[in-house]
Design a protein around this ligand. Structure first.
Ligand SMILES: [Zn+2]
Length: 311
């Protein structure tokens, strides 16, 4: 067992932004072993553009169906946010069709908000569908998970908040994600929730994250891995918790930024609450979802990962 796990044994974590559809069962197992009890999977793009609305339909169905089931087979509760991502908002003809089907998915069990939506290149089409989805969120009384752009982040973040306010949305219903040292103060000052993504090379490293929590305290801050099909780390949340502990951040502050704040932020959906985590999920890997299980051809449920022998 790696040493970082020792220091956080018994703690529970909620990775509030992770794309499990592109991760393996080994990742699920490692996440469960590290104390992750829940994940939130925002609807996103797939690394390449979809060519038809049925691809969106199947993807959304998998977020509330198979992927949710798959997580449960490792004792992990799976929630999601539904939305049209900013990159694909730029294919307007298709985006129109996606807006038509979104209302069919946002009221499903486990859907805790509209997301991840917002800006990528900050184009007019992105703005149009960001606004349309804010209206959808308002109508459904759901929280909003906002993806902020990598390029020109400061301006994109400010603009995302301005537009949400323009639509009459309470900042307390909006989670601004992928913050950094440049954006956090404004996000907190304006009353929004601030998500931070610990992602190698492109976003935040976790040493920087420790400093942010030291400087701003734990209120309304939450961290995630945003692990996806790129080089990323599905253990980013427990690793950062361990690093915070090593650096003298209190257990209570760690609990807020790695579990409780995110639950509170998405609770207005009525689909998530802290009491969800009182009891562990019981795991039975022989369970089936529409006739399929995570086991293949007579496999026995899994067992000892550290064994060299694969049976
Ligand atoms: Zn994402």
């Amino acid at each position: 067992m790696s040493s970082f796990l020792e220091s956080i044994r018994g703690m529970k974590f909620f990775d509030m932004h992770v794309h499990m559809i592109s991760r393996t069962t080994d990742d699920y197992q490692a996440m469960a072993d590290a104390g992750i009890v829940a994940v939130l999977e925002p609807a996103f793009w797939l690394g390449q553009p979809r060519t038809g609305v049925d691809s969106f339909r199947d993807y959304y169905a998998s977020l509330v169906g198979w992927e949710r089931f798959r997580a449960s087979q490792f004792g992990i509760r799976h929630y999601c946010t539904m939305g049209l991502n900013s990159k694909e908002a730029n294919q307007e003809a298709l985006a129109e069709q996606v807006m038509e089907i979104l209302p069919l998915f946002i009221y499903k069990e486990g859907v805790v908000g509209i997301g991840e939506i917002g800006f990528d290149d900050q184009t007019p089409a992105e703005e149009k569908y960001y606004r349309a989805q804010l209206e959808l969120a308002k109508e459904a009384n759901l929280p909003v998970q906002v993806h902020t752009p990598h390029r020109d982040k400061k301006r994109g973040t400010t603009r995302s908040m301005d537009i949400a306010i323009e639509h009459g949305i309470d900042p307390g219903m909006v989670i601004i994600d992928h913050n950094n040292e440049e954006t956090v103060r404004e996000v907190l000052d304006r009353g929004f929730w601030a998500g931070f993504t610990i992602y190698p090379f492109t976003k935040m490293g976790n040493e920087r994250m420790v400093e942010v929590v030291r400087q701003y305290g734990p209120d309304r801050i939450m961290i995630n891995s945003a692990a996806d099909w790129g080089i990323s780390d599905p253990l980013a949340v427990p690793k950062t918790a361990a690093l915070m502990k090593q650096n003298g951040i209190s257990d209570e502050a760690i609990r807020l930024v790695t579990l409780e704040n995110a639950v509170t932020a998405f609770a207005p959906s009525g689909q998530i609450s802290l009491s969800d985590f009182d009891q562990p999920l019981t795991i039975d890997q022989s369970q089936r979802f529409n006739g399929s299980s995570v086991l293949r051809g007579g496999q026995a449920p899994r067992i000892d990962k550290d064994s060299t022998i694969i049976k």
